[in-house]
Each structure stands twice: as C-alpha cells, then as structure tokens.
Design a protein around this ligand. Structure first.
Ligand SMILES: Cc1cc2nc3c(=O)[nH]c(=O)nc-3n(C[C@H](O)[C@H](O)[C@H](O)COP(=O)(O)OP(=O)(O)OC[C@H]3O[C@@H](n4cnc5c(N)ncnc54)[C@H](O)[C@@H]3O)c2cc1C
Length: 443
C-alpha cells in the first residue's frame, strides 16, 4: 500500500510514523521549508524559545507515550512548581483561586478576595438550582452563566477555558470545547458537585502517586525536539519526506491520502475529492493570536513568583495572557534576565493581529506596564503572529466532523482528514487522532 500524507506538522508526522511502522510506504508533503507546523522554536536573544506550544497535558497518556517511544523520556521536563497563575482584575493582581477546574470553583471559600460576596453567593446557587438544559448546542458561556452567574464566568472561566484555544466562551461548545466541564455537568445537576466527584474519580483511577504528578510536560529543547525525533525516525525508516512541496488537490497514484493541514488548506485540497466535505471543513472558524516575547535585564523588573497572568476579556485589554518563562521553566531561569511572553488576540477580537509590528509592540508593552510593571527597553524581543491558527469548536462541532468523515467515506473513501481542527485541539488529542487514522488506514 502507498499512502500520501499532506502536511508535516505534528498530525502529519505522527500519522506517517505509525504508517511506516506498520510496513506501509509513506510520502509526506510539507508546503513550507521546515517540519513541525505550529511546533517550532526561534531565537530570543541567544536562546531558542518555543514560538507555538511550550507544553502539553501530562494527565492524558498520548504525549508522554509518543515521546517515550521516540526515546525522549529522559528529555521530558516539568514546570518549576508549584507556581500559581495570577488574574488581573480591576487594576490589581490576585492569585487564581485554589481548587478551580478550568476556572470553575470547587471551593467557594477560596474565591474570597477575587470575587465579590454577591458573586460568591450567586455561584453557590449552583448547588441548589434545578438542572440546566445541556445539549450539543450549549455553549460554555450559556451553561456557566446559568449555573454560576456572570461574575465567576467572566472573571475565572472565560480566561481559563477561552485562553486555551483563544476562544470566546459565548461560542465555544460545552461538549467539544470543554469536555471536562461537560462530563461533570452530565454527571450531576450541579456543575460544582459534578466536578468535585469527577476530580475525585480521576484521582482514584490514577492512584495517589499519580495525583501528585505534574499537570504539564515540556521537552528539553522545546517542542521542536519531538518534531526532530519524528523526522529522524521517518528518515531512518525510509519514508519519503518532501519539504517546500505543497499539494493543492488530492494526488493520484496513492492508495490512501491523509490530509493533515490546517482546516482552510484542507478545505481547498479536499474539494477535488468531495465538495460536501470541503464545504463542511471550510465552515470551521478560526481565531488569530499575536505575541511578543521579551528578555528583560533582572534589575529592570521585579520577578513575579507565578507562571503567568491571565487578563479576563471584560477588562478591555488587548493582552490576554503573560507567561513568565523564566519562572515557569528551569531551562530559562537566569539570574541576570527574565523571559516573558505576552499574548494577545482571541476569537472576536482581531485588534492585535491587524496592528503593524510597531503598533503591536507599543500596545503590548504599555499594557504590560499597566498590568504588571514597566519592562523598560528589552534586551531582545521577538514578535510572532498566528493568523487563523486556532480552530474554534463551536456548538455542533463533533457533528460537523462526523459529517466530514461521512462525506469523505461516501465520495472518496481513500481520503482522510487529521489534525487539531477536528477531534481535540491540544498536542495529546492531535497525536491520538493521528494514531487512530493511521490504524484505520493500516487495517
Ligand atoms: C501559539 C500556540 C500555542 C499553543 N500552545 C499549546 C500548548 O501549550 N499545548 C498544547 O497541547 N497545544 C498547544 N497549541 C496547539 C498545538 O500547537 C496543536 O495541537 C498542534 O501543533 C497541531 O498540529 P497539526 O499537525 O494538526 O497542525 P499544524 O501544526 O498547523 O500543521 C499543519 C501543516 O500543514 C502544512 N500545510 C498547509 N497547507 C499545505 C499544503 N497545501 N500542502 C502541504 N502542506 C501544507 C503547514 O505548513 C503545516 O506544517 C498551541 C498552538 C499555537 C498556535
């Protein structure tokens, strides 16, 4: 069997890796001049720093498993812990309350000082309110406002849940975009009680040792290390790897084709095989993000003993989050300088992505000065733009993906789509989907 994989990001390379290991002849076409898609590093000063993801969820197995198979187990890192995240609310910083799960409180007392007494009282009503209807069309915003009120939803849940995928909770599907909350909501009339129970269940399943495991893993050398290992294994296994080789239609001459590009490119490519699938893929909307990463001399800024700061949408800033890389990761800790990534842009807010570099830089640094401290003139800096890079899982998303797969199965059964636009946005889910598609093709 001969298989063509279009797209050399994490999804494409993982699919190709499993196909190759199943003894299948595989060719990978990547449009750009380098492998990895969103997983890449570039210099800030004299250090290489992740420009896209810098960690992945460790409490699901897919990321760690693949790293281990590729011989990277001893290169897995964990954030320096325990470092809290801060929230910027009403001109001051406060610690994210302990016990929150994706911003939903499981301990109401921990909200004191961050949420008003009225807001806490309203959130407590979740324990007693009658059930709130929950379907494939329910958004995180609708459900959480009904259960916990506006203040907790806007201040805690929106920056936590929305921040993961640059989404708006008003358009994010509860079932597909916040699965942990959805499961809890399905299991109990009260979201808080449901979360307390599911959290306890996860703890019981993992065992007490596992409960103390870190939530996230990084990699020495950043996420590019995983990409380099995949590419190396593919080279050694005899796969055909083509860089700067875009494909704009499903190629002939292969038994199977896996389209592993971002959704907008996948819609163009799939059109030659199935117009219905192409239309459905094209309907997935995206958010854009822009970031500046700065290196600041130690004397110019007080270190913040936190992994970062989240800025809720209703505070009106262009900045959505700041990550203190030098506090979060041991490999970036240095006595003489701090490394900070400032992120802006989310679904429904394109102010940042439409600014010029100069305007973006001035805006983000002056907002950072208001939110935290004036960073002065950075030693070095890097601007990275991610236009239309974050697929949005809106209500009905998984039904849309089912329909995409059904259209392909009907019109072009040798064609598959894979990537983080479909069955999970993060690294572990992307790996999981890629491995499933490879298995489907191989069998
Ligand atoms: C700024 C940022 C931060 C993130 N942070 C995290 C995080 O902390 N943790 C986490 O788990 N996830 C995070 N993610 C998500 C994570 O990056 C994705 O889950 C993952 O990288 C998706 O991989 P992919 O292969 O599906 O897509 P991509 O990486 O987009 O790969 C698609 C590839 O297809 C290629 N391509 C496009 N058109 C064509 C064509 N016509 N022909 C051939 N090739 C083509 C592209 O060049 C690209 O290389 C983040 C994403 C971003 C942007």
């Amino acid at each position: 069997m001969r298989v063509c994989v279009i797209g050399g990001g994490l999804a494409g390379l993982t699919t190709a890796y499993d196909l190759m290991n199943a003894g299948i002849e595989v060719t990978v076409h990547e449009a750009s001049g380098r492998w990895g898609g969103k997983m890449r590093s570039s210099p800030v000063g004299d250090r290489l720093v992740d420009a896209g993801p810098d960690n992945f969820l460790a409490r699901v197995p897919e990321g760690i498993q693949l790293c281990t198979e590729l011989g990277l187990a001893d290169r897995l890192t964990v954030p320096v812990s325990p470092k809290p995240a801060y929230l910027y609310i009403d001109r001051r910083l406060g610690e994210l309350p302990k016990g929150t799960v994706l911003g939903v409180p499981t301990d109401f007392e921990a909200l004191e000082g961050i949420i008003s007494p009225e807001g806490i009282e309203r959130a407590r009503q979740d324990l007693h309110l009658p059930p709130t209807p929950l379907s494939a069309d329910t958004t995180v915003g609708d459900y959480c406002r009904a259960r916990l009120g506006d203040e907790v939803t806007d201040t805690l849940i929106d920056p936590m849940v929305g921040g993961i995928n640059a989404s708006s909770i008003e358009t994010l599907s509860m079932a597909d975009g916040a699965t942990q909350l959805y499961k809890a909501a399905m299991s109990n009339r009260s979201l808080v009680t449901g979360l307390r129970e599911t959290r306890d269940e996860i703890g019981a399943t993992l065992g007490s040792a596992a409960q103390n495991q870190p939530v996230f893993n990084g990699l020495e050398g950043g996420m590019a290390t995983l990409i380099a290992a995949l590419v190396d294994a593919l080279h050694r296994g005899g796969a055909t790897l083509r860089l700067a080789a875009p494909l704009e239609a499903v190629p002939d001459g292969f038994d199977r084709v896996a389209i592993a590009t971002e959704a907008h490119a996948a819609a163009r490519i799939a059109r030659s095989a199935s117009a219905d699938a192409a239309d459905l893929i094209a309907g997935i909307r995206h958010a854009s993000v822009a970031q500046i990463t700065i290196e600041v001399p130690a004397g110019q800024l007080e270190p913040l003993d936190a992994s970062g700061i989240l800025v809720p949408r209703h505070q009106g800033f262009v900045i959505t989050a700041c990550t203190f890389f030098s506090t979060k990761w041991a490999q970036f800790a240095a006595d003489d300088r701090y490394l900070i990534r400032i992120t802006s842009g989310r679904f429904g807010d394109d102010r940042a992505i439409s600014m010029s570099d100069d305007e973006l830089r001035t805006t983000l640094l002056s907002e950072f000065a208001q939110i935290y401290q004036d960073p002065g003139e950075p030693l070095s800096e890097r601007i990275v733009r991610w236009p239309d890079a974050f697929p949005q899982y809106e209500p009905g998303h998984s039904q849309r993906v089912d329909a995409i797969e059904a259209s392909l199965a009907h019109d072009a059964p040798h064609v598959h789509v894979v990537g983080n636009s479909y069955r999970g946005i993060g690294i572990p889910a992307t790996i999981g989907m890629a491995r499933n598609i490879a298995q489907t093709i191989a069998s």
